[in-house]
Design a binder for this molecule. Structure first.
Ligand code: FES
Length: 382
């Protein structure tokens, strides 16, 4: 395998000459050819956070979302089960839906072919008699609903969605995520490869920076006793898919600038205990649940040098607009992401230089080193 944008070096040779503990070579951050291999291989297998239950709440509600260059329709069928399909008509391939909606069928605007909510073909004008309509259903994609989160994947093979559900379900229910509503959403285009964005932003999200001493004290004195989640820092041995709680620190009740509440309590919390529960399945599923709001983080690799980061803030569905301080709720995350975006884009700009060569990770960057070795292992796999 070779391509001009890997400087005519075969991919296996590029992988083979990577030095353990050093950053990746330039083509892994810049080459559309390598991005395409990732997109069809490793990325296609990953589960992504697509949305929240409240966005497709009733039979017939559907959402239209982009994932890895594909347009997908996620629809709740008549039995209340979410189903996912490629947004591609089985007649001549037109896009079927442009935006979220609600209907008892999906109708392609081009020549009017109609599909039931289970994806099967319902009506097609003048279909030749020898063609079986049952063979012309929409192409499915795997979808899972876990504690109110809508997860999807192009092939759904890694990691196992049952493992995500086992880790997440009880904790998400404790935080009232299935009954939450979307309060705000912001999108941040980042002019950098997804691996750079992941390395910086995921580390910032996953590291509350607490010591074990603080954790012990918090766990004894303040933490809500009813939580099903373990209290833990994000030590390097933490698995790729995990859910745990830690204190935000500095006596804060929630993650606002002054630490004061920004919305009514969620789920089973009866008082502010100043904790944050982190649900993560790296590299593409993150949710931070505070006492009074939660933040869904979506990383969307869009091209070799483009990543979209999307934040969605959830609040208690019974919270009135006047009880939610959107400005104070979104400010800390917004500022952090904008700072990270600038750092990541400066990093990407340097990597695009002909002078860039890989550098050694410091002892504080062991997570990045482990991610690189896992990534290379996946890329090497057939
Ligand atoms: S392409 Fe959809 S009905 Fe013809």
């Amino acid at each position: 395998l070779t391509s001009s944008d890997t400087h005519n070096t075969p991919l296996d040779a590029l992988i083979a000459r990577q030095r353990p503990g050093w950053s990746l070579e330039q083509p892994f951050f810049t080459s559309p050819y390598i991005f395409d291999i990732e997109r069809r291989g490793w990325l296609a297998k990953q589960w992504f956070l697509l949305g929240h239950r409240s966005e497709a709440p009733a039979a017939g509600s559907y959402i239209v979302r982009e994932l890895l260059g594909e347009s997908l329709i996620i629809v709740r069928d008549g039995r209340g089960v979410l189903r996912g399909f490629y947004n591609v008509c089985r007649h001549l391939g037109s896009r079927i839906c442009d935006r979220d909606g609600k209907s008892n069928s999906l109708v392609c605007p081009y020549h009017g072919w109609g599909y039931l909510l289970d994806g099967s073909l319902r009506s097609a004008a003048a279909l030749p008699a020898n063609i079986d309509p049952a063979s012309l259903g929409l192409h499915p994609v795997p979808v899972r609903e876990v504690g109110g989160l809508i997860l999807t994947s192009l092939t759904g093979s890694a990691p196992n969605a049952d493992a995500i559900a086992r880790e997440f379900e009880a904790g998400l229910r404790f935080h009232g995520i299935p009954e939450a509503r979307v309060a705000a959403r912001r999108s941040y285009p980042i002019h950098a490869n997804w691996k750079l964005a992941f390395a910086k932003i995921a580390r910032d999200i996953a590291d509350p920076g607490q010591t074990w001493k603080t954790l012990d004290t918090w766990s004894r004195e303040r933490a809500h006793p009813g939580s099903p989640l373990p209290i833990s820092d994000t030590s390097p041995t933490t698995p790729i898919c995990s859910a745990s709680r830690a204190p935000i620190g500095a006596g804060r009740q929630t993650q606002s600038e002054d630490g004061l509440p920004v919305a009514p309590l969620m789920g089973k919390l009866t008082h502010y205990d100043g904790g944050v529960s982190l649900f993560r399945c790296e590299p593409f599923i993150f949710l931070a649940a505070l006492n009074d709001h939660a933040v869904m983080v979506r990383f969307l690799p869009a091209a070799a040098d483009e990543t979209r980061l999307e934040l969605t803030w959830l609040v208690n569905s019974s919270a009135r607009e006047s009880q939610v301080d959107l400005e104070r709720m979104t400010r800390v995350w917004d500022m952090t992401v904008l700072q990270d975006k600038e750092l990541v884009e400066r990093n990407a700009a340097g990597i695009r230089s002909r002078a860039y060569t890989p550098g050694p990770f410091s002892e504080l960057e062991s997570k990045s080193a482990r991610f690189v070795s896992r990534y290379l292992g996946e890329l090497r796999a057939p």
